[in-house]
Each structure stands twice: as C-alpha cells, then as structure tokens.
Design a protein around this ligand. Structure first.
Ligand code: PMP
Length: 294
C-alpha cells in the first residue's frame, strides 16, 4: 500500500505517497497512541466531515492529547487532500499519533502528529456487499468502558478487531460479529449492526463501542420513513429471531447480512429501503444532508 502515486498531507504539508514515512521508534507504533478517522467523499463532498473531525479531536482527548490543529484546519486539509489527489469519490483517512521524541509508556513530551491520506475504496466488502455478507461469531469481546476508552476511535482498540476478522476469514466468513464484555451483541469489526424484530429497527446501545456516524444517520433515515427505531441491549440468544440484519459504517455503508454463525437471513424491504435512502443521502450536498439527517 506504500508504493503508489499520490499525495499525503503530513503535519501541514503535502508529501509524495512513497515518502510519507515515520521513524521506527514512534510511540504510536509501540504503544498504540494513535487515533484515526474513516470518511467518505461522494461526488466531491466528504459526508458529515465536521462530525468526523470533531470525533477525531475527541478521540485524541480521550487518549490524553490535543491535536495541534483546529477543526476548521482539519476539515480544510481533508478537502484539499481529496482535491490534490484528483478524487471525487474516495475514502479519507486522517490519523493522529504520538511521535518519536521519547519512547516509554510515559510519553508526556512527544509531539502530536497528524496525517491525512485518501484512496479509492468502493466498499469494505467489495462485490459481496449487495448479496449480503456472512459473519462468524468472534471469540474476542468488546471491552468494558472502564477497561479502555471505548468511545475513542483509537488504533489500539482495533487489535481485537483484526484478530476477530482474521479468525472469521479463516473460517470462510466475511467479517465477525462481536459481543461485548457482558456477552450481549455489540458490533462487527468495523461497522455497527442493526436487526429487524417484528418490523422494527433495533440496534444495540453503544456503551462500549463507537456510536457510529453512519449508525446515527441510518436511525434518522428510518425515523424519516416512520419506522420504529429501538436502541437497547440485544442478547446473543435473540440473533436467531431477527428477520433482517444489516451493518452500517462509513467503509461498509449499509451492507445486508445473510448469516451470523448458523443463523441465516434474507435481506428484505427494510434493509433495501434504508440502503437506498443512504445511497441517495450521501450524494446530496451538505445543506440537504443537514436538512434530512442532521
Ligand atoms: N465500529 C467500528 C469498530 C468502526 O471501525 C466503525 C467505522 N468507523 C464503526 C463502528 C462505524 O462508525 P462510522 O459510521 O462513524 O464510520
């Protein structure tokens, strides 16, 4: 992934893709002191850019650091990165981390760096998305909110995601369904989960995982359609009773699910409606997005 043409914004200037390098003694690498975002640009507009930027800044604060750029500056840098790379539709990846000025668990005097890259990435699940993805049950669980700063999009929290995703892929699944520390349904490794029960849209309360920007958008789209939306604890035993399941995330967008472990589902009317509404919304201008799904 490092050997390609393009420009990456690093600490305020553009460097060529191949030269966007760090020192091997970077604190972020050794101790996972990094936070990042995943955004999508559709038809030239980064969808909900300010929400992503605010979450990036907040993620840093939860790890005890301030990103040395304002939200306006970060927004402008994201937009300029997409433009400079000649994209209109792209995935955008800002990342902030502690540098290599000192290396120990204590890292009070490290500099906070920020970089922004972007690349074409049609969908997290590629060609499998529309026919529906299959999820295996993860053996790793989402940690309790007093075990890790679970509201932060922190690099370190993705260790259990990568382990779970690799396990699932080794068993022929597309992704993993993760439970939380209590054994209740949480989310997939890079997207929130929705379940249809008795014609209503249910989603787990985000106590120990990201309250995704796509998740909130989809809840709003469902309400705009007069669907009943319920946020609650969902027990693992209930998975077999859902009639439709789908994932929602920036990279995953709205992706139908056709299996979780031994349970199978047929993507239906509710998934199709919300998938279509999301596809339309992301290609509208920011004013229209605010009107329909602020
Ligand atoms: N959960 C995890 C673990 C994720 O990585 C993501 C993607 N950022 C989400 C949920 C969904 O968040 P969003 O809709 O804000 O992209």
């Amino acid at each position: 992934f490092d050997d390609r043409d393009g420009w990456i914004w690093m600490d305020g200037e553009f460097v060529s893709w191949r030269d966007a390098k760090l020192h091997v003694l970077t604190h972020g690498l050794h101790y996972a002191s990094g936070v990042f975002e995943g955004e999508r640009c559709y038809a030239g507009n980064i969808f909900k850019l300010r929400e992503h930027t605010d979450r990036l800044i907040q993620s840093g604060k939860l790890l005890g650091f301030d990103i040395p750029w304002t939200a306006d500056e970060i927004d402008a840098a994201c937009i300029e990165t997409v433009r400079r790379n000649g994209h209109t539709d792209a995935y955008v990846r800002p990342i902030a981390w502690r540098g290599s000025e000192m290396l120990a668990v204590s890292a009070q005097h490290t500099k906070i760096h920020l970089a922004i890259a972007c690349w074409g990435w049609p969908n997290l699940f590629g060609d499998n998305r529309m026919k529906g993805v299959r999820l295996g049950m993860a053996k790793w669980r989402r940690p309790a909110p007093d075990t890790a700063p679970t509201a932060s999009k922190a690099a370190g929290l993705y260790m259990i995601g990568t382990l779970s995703k690799h396990d699932a892929e080794a068993q022929g699944f597309d992704d993993a369904m993760m439970l939380d520390y209590k054994g209740d349904v949480a989310e997939a490794t890079g997207a929130n989960a929705f379940f249809v029960f008795d014609g209503e849209v249910h989603t787990p309360t985000p106590v120990c995982f990201l309250d995704g920007i796509t998740r909130r958008t989809v809840m709003r789209l469902a309400q705009n359609r007069q669907m009943k939306v319920v946020e609650r604890t969902i027990k693992a035993e209930e998975l077999g009773r859902a009639t439709e399941v789908f994932l929602a995330g920036t990279a995953a967008e709205v992706t139908p699910v056709r299996a979780i472990g031994e349970h199978t589902y047929t993507p239906g009317q509710i998934t199709e409606t919300l998938l279509g509404d999301y596809e339309k919304l992301v290609r509208m201008g920011p004013d229209e997005v605010r009107r329909l799904a602020a």
